[in-house]
Ligand binder design. Structure first.
Ligand code: LMR
Length: 329
């Protein structure tokens, strides 16, 4: 009797546990501010699909695009409080968190191309930067590319003189503030979700974006000119709440880690292609004239903004900057 009683209790315990496990997966809310059809949006969805398959439904990544859940200026705090578990903010958005080191990536013309950039993001410098997030209760998992940025406005832009007196939207980065001031622009920090409206109502005259953000936010409808300056980089750090991450069982963390490696490869493989396609889509719309600067014109812009590196060496860390310069030749 005793044995059958034990067996029955074990069975009922198992039955109780099974549906509960099936019904309540560990949910990872992944919030971001861009459209689904962007390198980051696509990679976030790709990651969510991989995790669902690999975990047999035990882990569920819920992706909230388009600032649906949290906007710039809200999402970092939401991550620290554990209201959301995963984000992929632009590297230009870590200053307000007290880690201005990431603003090195905003420095004008610091990388010539993706290959130079990857030496930093995929090497020891990228890892060392992630360690700076841990005291803030955040773990860095990966760097995802978007692209190099272009300026836009309702007047043709080419030389530094063309920028004088314009008001332009920037991300919350002091380096970007200085970059704009170096061109005689009045910079305005603004959440990404508000940019389209600010451009359409004339609250700002222009902005800077990778083409994928420009096109998917329909900025081509409200900006007549785009200068293919590719003067600075915009990419992301995929980050998680540390307490949540450390509290996961090792086997679940392994599934997430492996899926993140694959999603990162996917993100970085599609980034350039997606941005090239979106430049073409802007061109085809016929609404924004795309101006391609000559090498000499680009050099003129570079010279006008060069002083920003020195201005921010102290804040960002002279040692970090030297190690980036060394890595990128
Ligand atoms: C921006 O605010 O312009 C970008 O950081 C948006 C993004 O996430 O690409």
């Amino acid at each position: 009797i005793r044995r059958s009683f034990l067996a029955a209790s074990a069975l009922s315990l198992l039955c109780a546990a099974l549906p509960a496990a099936a019904q309540s997966p560990v949910v990872i809310k992944f919030s971001h501010v861009v459209a689904k059809d962007t390198p980051k949006g696509l990679a976030a969805d790709y990651f969510a699909d991989l995790v669902a398959k690999r975990s047999g439904g035990k882990l569920k990544v819920e992706v909230y695009p388009n600032s649906q859940l949290y906007k710039d200026g809200e999402e970092m705090e939401a991550l620290q409080l554990g209201s959301v578990q995963m984000l992929a903010p632009s590297l230009a958005k870590f200053g307000p968190l007290g880690v201005p080191d990431f603003e090195a990536f905003d420095l004008p013309f610091i990388f010539d191309d993706y290959a130079e950039l990857h030496k930093v993001t995929q090497g020891p410098i990228g890892k060392a930067l992630f360690r700076k997030l841990e005291p803030k209760g955040i773990v860095g998992l990966a760097y995802w590319d978007n692209a190099f940025k272009d300026f836009s406005a309702n007047k043709p832009l080419k030389t530094p003189a063309d920028f004088k007196g314009l008001k332009m939207r920037i991300q919350s980065s002091k380096v970007l503030d200085s970059q704009m001031r170096a061109l005689g622009v009045n910079p305005q920090v603004m959440a990404f979700s508000e940019v389209y409206q600010a451009l359409s109502t004339g609250v700002v005259d222009g902005t800077e974006n990778p083409p994928s953000n420009f096109y998917t936010q329909k900025m081509h409808e409200v900006q007549k000119f785009m200068l293919r300056s590719q003067h600075g980089y915009l990419g992301y750090a995929v980050i998680v709440n540390k307490k949540f991450w450390d509290g996961l069982p090792a086997d679940q963390r392994k599934i997430l880690d492996e899926a993140m490696v694959e999603a990162t490869k996917y993100a970085n493989d599609i980034a350039k292609k997606k941005n090239d396609e979106d430049v073409e889509a802007v061109r085809k719309s016929g609404k924004t004239t795309i101006i391609v600067p000559t090498a000499a014109e680009r050099l003129e812009l570079k010279k006008a903004m060069a002083k920003v590196h020195k201005e921010h060496a102290g804040r960002i860390g002279a040692e970090l900057l030297q190690s980036i310069y060394k890595e990128t030749g």
